[in-house]
Design a protein around this ligand. Structure first.
Ligand SMILES: [Zn+2]
Length: 147
């Protein structure tokens, strides 16, 4: 029999009392400490941890916003290329070899865009570098499909 076994009734007693007082043990999401909380909704032990969590939330929010922004730009640019390629396809007399080149350029564009996106994510390139590059690509497709 464990030496602590005799403590069980005591522990049970206090856990019940905590329950009576509307308190429970919670695990702090930030520092990992256990603390007494008024309900299970409380996930942070102190003002310090609440501030840390708020800062983290803001950082994640900003990151997501930035990511959504260049993701959207990228998708728009893809659509722009597709529209221009389709228009070229539907233009009678548009040279087949040029169309082939354009489709190859589109594949390159997508490959390069994915690499740049990854670079932004890992911090080796800035979001602005990526969006500037995306804007330049609009001119590339315009020149390629000019007929
Ligand atoms: Zn904490």
């Amino acid at each position: 029999m464990s030496a602590y076994a005799s403590l069980y009734p005591l522990i049970t007693y206090y856990l019940n009392r905590l329950n009576d007082w509307g308190l429970c043990f919670q695990h702090c999401k930030v520092c990992g400490k256990y603390f007494l909380a008024k309900s299970q909704r409380y996930e942070l032990c102190s003002d310090k941890c609440r501030k840390a969590q708020a800062l983290q939330n803001k950082r994640e929010f900003d990151e997501r916003t930035r990511e959504n922004h260049y993701d959207l730009l990228y998708k728009n640019e893809c659509q722009n290329w597709l529209n221009k390629i389709n228009r070229a396809k539907n233009t009678s007399g548009f040279p087949a070899d040029r169309l082939e080149n354009i489709q190859a350029a589109f594949a390159d564009f997508k490959k390069e865009a994915l690499q740049q996106k990854r670079a932004v994510k890992t911090g080796t390139a800035s979001p602005k570098e990526f969006t500037d590059w995306l804007y330049q690509q609009s001119n590339v497709i315009v020149e390629l499909t000019d007929y």
